[in-house]
Design a protein around this ligand. Structure first.
Ligand code: ADP
Length: 207
């Protein structure tokens, strides 16, 4: 058997804020699919003992560490908040490492395909490293209502995030598959289950 037969193909899962990416991701995990999201990978690369954390401490000083040796994210955020050059330095350090972390983790999956969840899959260009793109789509009124209910944030804040994200039509333009998450969770799960069965028939993400 060749390695190609055992390395999963990658499904990129994306959607706007509050569209239901996490809810969809949970269902894939329940179905036994290997999955990682962008936030998880961003945390892993700065765990104690990882080279990125050492570089950050060397650059910003030990004040960015908590007493237990973990990165003090709030302290670091404070340091880069008002300093675009420092923010850029940090991004240039972390972005490639996070990318490597994501795709090496996905490659270890034992399921026929693996899922990468990112709100910025299209914007970041990372969709090019996936074999197929699934967009979770939802009417904007529902998107805003669900985000408000989840985050207890202001309507203005949600609008600001929406403005910063890719317009819905552009995201849909990149989709191979679309799930419209405008029903209840049971309806979402049924759609994911159906896609899962379809994905199991694919080789390398293609029919
Ligand atoms: P995202 O990860 O895309 O930001 P979430 O999966 O967190 O979105 O969904 C946003 C909120 O809406 C969460 O509180 C989630 O539980 C809820 N939600 C998602 N899908 C549905 C659905 N089909 N019916 C009811 N609530 C939902």
């Amino acid at each position: 058997m060749t390695t190609a037969a055992t390395t999963p193909w990658i499904l990129g899962l994306t959607g706007g804020i509050g569209s239901g990416k996490s809810a969809a991701a949970e269902r894939f995990v329940e179905l036994g699919v290997h999955l990682v999201d962008a936030d998880q990978a961003a945390r892993w690369v700065v765990e104690p003992g990882r080279p990125a954390l050492a570089s950050i401490v060397e650059h910003f000083g030990p004040a960015v560490l908590q007493a237990d040796g973990q990165l003090d994210r709030a302290a670091l955020r404070q340091l880069i908040f008002t300093d675009p050059a420092q923010r850029k330095w940090l991004e240039q350090l972390l972005h490639p490492l996070i990318g490597q972390e994501i795709f090496s983790y996905l490659a270890k999956g034992r399921s026929p395909y693996a899922v990468y969840v990112s709100p910025l899959l299209i914007e970041s260009g990372q969709y090019r490293k996936t074999q197929r793109v699934l967009v979770i789509d939802v009417p904007q009124t529902l998107q805003v209502a669900r985000t408000l209910a989840r985050d207890h944030t202001s309507a203005e804040q949600v609008q600001a995030i929406l403005q910063a994200q890719l317009p819905r039509e552009e995201r849909l333009h990149h989709a191979d598959d679309v799930v419209v998450n405008d029903g209840d969770l049971g309806h979402l799960h049924a759609q994911i289950d159906r896609l899962h069965n379809f994905y199991l028939t694919l080789r390398g993400g293609q029919p």
